[in-house]
Design a protein around this ligand. Structure first.
Ligand code: PNS
Length: 159
């Protein structure tokens, strides 16, 4: 069984994330989407909401499971015998930090990181920008799945 993890904050999941998860699901038998808990960072969506949205938008992918994790990514991998982390690389600006994390994770546990070039249609896309644009009424309907668009609009309406 070839396993991989797609980790992230996913606050919320975007079309860019989804593109990487779909591509990973074609390369591996089993893909774990790890919603990493960062207590220092208060998100817009709570962890259960993020998980529910990712589950909805990956429902048709039979080999994808979504889990939250509080701790080091290498421990998530070790506990589940996952040898590979799959990450999207949007631009050169992502590279420095991603390389640092990949080398740290490899040094800590031997886990490998595989970088997938982001679809150019999403190379500028991030959860933070999506939230900012949505907050000011901008159109993000082409950047997130419909379920996420609805959830974002509802969340912003409540604020
Ligand atoms: O979506 P993000 O916020 O860019 O994802 C970053 C994430 C969650 C993948 C990264 O911060 C992470 O792996 N956090 C878990 C804690 C950890 O393992 N830190 C050491 C990284 S070398």
């Amino acid at each position: 069984m070839r396993r991989a993890v797609c980790p992230g904050s996913f606050d919320p999941v975007t079309n860019g994330h989804l593109d990487i998860i779909v591509r990973a699901s074609r390369l591996y038998d089993s893909v774990h989407v790890a919603v990493m808990i960062n207590k220092a960072k208060k998100g817009l969506f709570d962890i259960d909401e993020r998980i529910a949205l990712i589950e909805q938008v990956t429902a048709e992918l039979g080999n994808v499971r979504v889990e939250a994790f509080n701790g080091l990514l290498v421990d998530f991998c070790r506990q589940r015998e996952i040898p590979a982390i799959v990450k999207g690389l949007r631009a050169v600006s992502d590279f420095d930090y991603e390389l640092q994390m990949a080398q740290m994770n490899n040094g800590l546990s031997g886990v490998e990181t595989l970088f997938v070039p982001t679809n150019p249609a999403y190379s500028f896309l991030s959860s933070s920008l999506v939230k900012e644009v949505a907050q000011w009424g901008g159109d993000i309907s082409h950047l997130v799945p419909p379920q996420v668009l609805d959830a974002l609009n509802e969340k912003l309406r409540q604020q």
